[in-house]
Design a protein around this ligand. Structure first.
Ligand SMILES: Cc1cc2nc3c(=O)[nH]c(=O)nc-3n(C[C@H](O)[C@H](O)[C@H](O)COP(=O)(O)O)c2cc1C
Length: 148
């Protein structure tokens, strides 16, 4: 059974609902899931849980305000996490063009700089194509957990 922490970035609640749906589904399957709605660096440094970023994209390819303090401290302090598994689910809207799902790339780059290890490909959920991000996220996350 896996233990994981979900780092949520959300403006309008879609990514947060997705994270909560993941928690419910995976806990029913015996995993341990902590949803961090306003994460700080200490939430990840005192443990070795797998990390799952579940964030939307705001502004022009930017990290939502509730995840921004975590992101900035991660970039600034780069606490080394060699080999620690992480995954990325990012919500966006392809009508934004070049900045589509940019927040996921920012978090991925910062986590790579801590020497964490990415598991699986990033799941990009396009608001133009789906109104129900949970339904896309659940099958993906089951594969992700199996690959941890
Ligand atoms: C003001 C604003 C800016 C946005 N900027 C981007 C962007 O740069 N790139 C992108 O892919 N999506 C962008 N989006 C789309 C959101 O990421 C998308 O609608 C997402 O599903 C919202 O998730 P949330 O409910 O968790 O905030 C933007 C949406 C708004 C309202």
């Amino acid at each position: 059974m896996a233990a994981m922490r979900i780092l949520v970035g959300s403006v309008y609640g879609g990514a947060l609902l997705t994270a909560r749906a993941i928690k419910q589904a995976l806990e029913n399957e015996g995993h341990s899931v902590t949803v961090l709605e306003n994460p700080v660096l200490d939430d990840i440094t005192g443990n070795n849980d797998a990390l799952l970023v579940c964030t939307s994209t705001t502004g022009q390819g930017e990290v939502p305000p509730n995840l921004l303090p975590f992101y900035l401290s991660l970039r600034e302090q780069l606490p080394q996490q060699p080999g620690r598994p992480f995954g990325v689910i990012v919500l966006g809207d392809s009508s934004y063009g070049d900045t589509f799902c940019g927040a996921g790339e920012l978090l991925e780059e910062a986590l790579y700089e801590t020497a964490a290890r990415k598991v699986g490909d990033t799941l990009q959920i396009d608001a133009l194509e789906t109104l129900d991000p949970e339904q896309e996220a659940l099958p993906w996350v089951r594969q992700w957990v199996a690959a941890l």
